[in-house]
Design a protein around this ligand. Structure first.
Ligand code: HEC
Ligand code: HEC
Length: 300
């Protein structure tokens, strides 16, 4: 046989086997998936049982704080219900799972695999439909839902629902961008911590004797970001969680973001104006003088 034909057969069969192996069927109620669902449910991280209870009957300790009843997941459910309804309820919540306008039932941090495992596991706990009429409705609903599910996963690895858009498509937060643009933070900078030299530590010691108040202000307010000797922080320094009020909740889901930046060394010819350009510190003129003199002394 022509060598090229053998090669072609080899490659096609290889590709075929490969496709089969990597087929995404995370939505199927396999034994592994159901077992995994029970483990995720029980983990305290996601706290499902706080409302749904250890017996799935909806009598968990947090259930009584809600205005709506938590359903008994082991009870009778509508014949139209499918695991897809469960998946959606866990992914984006329902109309009823809101408190003070905030959606608390959208578990964005769970993977699709975990959400399907939960959906299939919890769905398996419900009573089966009894009458033939109900059984027929259930079969049709399942067929319709699973067709939709298969279609989605034939194109995507993850089902983006609600506001859970891929980070690349999300609008960056303007406030955070602004803050980060004010700094000279470059992601390609190495993350490293600079340890002050003997000489720098000596300068700090001497400056402290001379500018006692400046030393205290610097130590209490500036050092955590700008370093012991004004050396700054390379890489990423956690600036804090941006204030809740600065972010509008997106469709009822509050979003808070941490801000990380790199901080360059403070220059030796620092002026009060350089500081207030970035920060709002309310100090007396005397305190400003002492602080600036202290910084000059340690950055020499
Ligand atoms: C703060 C309480 C609370 C927590 C925590 C909670 N749930 Fe619920 N859950 C509810 C309420 C209330 C409903 C009823 C919603 C409705 O009727 O629309 C519900 C409904 C459901 C349903 C049924 C949806 C349907 O279509 O019938 C499923 C499945 C579910 N939750 C799974 C979970 C899972 C999984 C977790 C943990 C990841 C969880 N819940 C955590 C309160 C909670
Ligand atoms: C929460 C962290 C933080 C604290 C606390 C802080 N700074 Fe800053 N500071 C920054 C950041 C971030 C910048 C912007 C750096 C840049 O330009 O990249 C900055 C900028 C500056 C600049 C301007 C640097 C330049 O390149 O011109 C000076 C001077 C300065 N800070 C002094 C101070 C002093 C003095 C204090 C204490 C009174 C203080 N900072 C407290 C984070 C902080």
């Amino acid at each position: 046989m022509d060598k090229r034909i053998i090669l072609l057969i080899l490659t096609t069969s290889f590709v075929y086997i490969n496709c089969k192996d990597s087929d995404q069927k995370i939505y199927e109620p396999t034994i592994e998936s159901i077992n995994y669902g029970s483990i995720v449910y029980a983990s305290s991280e996601v706290n499902c049982k706080n409302c749904h209870g250890v017996d799935y009957k909806g009598k968990g300790p947090d259930a009584k704080d809600l205005d709506v009843p938590v359903p008994d997941l082991t009870g009778v459910i509508a014949p139209e219900k499918t695991p897809l309804d469960y998946f959606k309820a866990i992914s984006v919540g329902t109309e009823k799972t809101k408190k003070n306008g905030l959606q608390y039932h959208a578990y964005y941090s769970l993977t699709d695999k975990a959400k399907w495992a939960l959906a299939n596991y919890l769905y398996s706990l419900a009573q089966q439909p009894k009458t033939n009429e109900e059984k027929k409705v259930r079969q049709e609903s399942l067929a319709k839902a699973m067709k939709e599910v298969r279609e989605i996963y034939s194109k995507n690895r993850k089902w983006y629902m609600g506001e859970n858009t891929p980070s690349t498509e999300r609008e960056p937060s303007p406030k955070l961008e602004e803050l980060i643009q004010k700094t000279n933070f470059k992601t390609e900078q190495d993350i490293s911590v600079k340890i002050p030299s003997e000489k720098e530590l000596e300068a700090v010691f001497v400056a402290r004797q001379k500018y006692e108040e400046g030393y205290h202000i610097y130590q209490n307010h500036c050092q955590k970001c700008h370093g012991i000797a004004g050396e700054g922080v390379q890489g990423s320094q956690f600036l804090g969680i941006l204030d809740h009020s600065r972010y509008d909740a997106i469709k009822g889901i509050a979003r808070r973001k941490p801000a990380f930046v790199g901080i360059p060394p403070i220059s030796n010819n620092v002026k009060k104006e350089d500081v207030i350009k970035y920060h709002s510190y309310y100090l007396t003129e005397e305190q400003w003088n002492d602080l600036i003199n202290y910084i000059k002394a340690i950055t020499e």
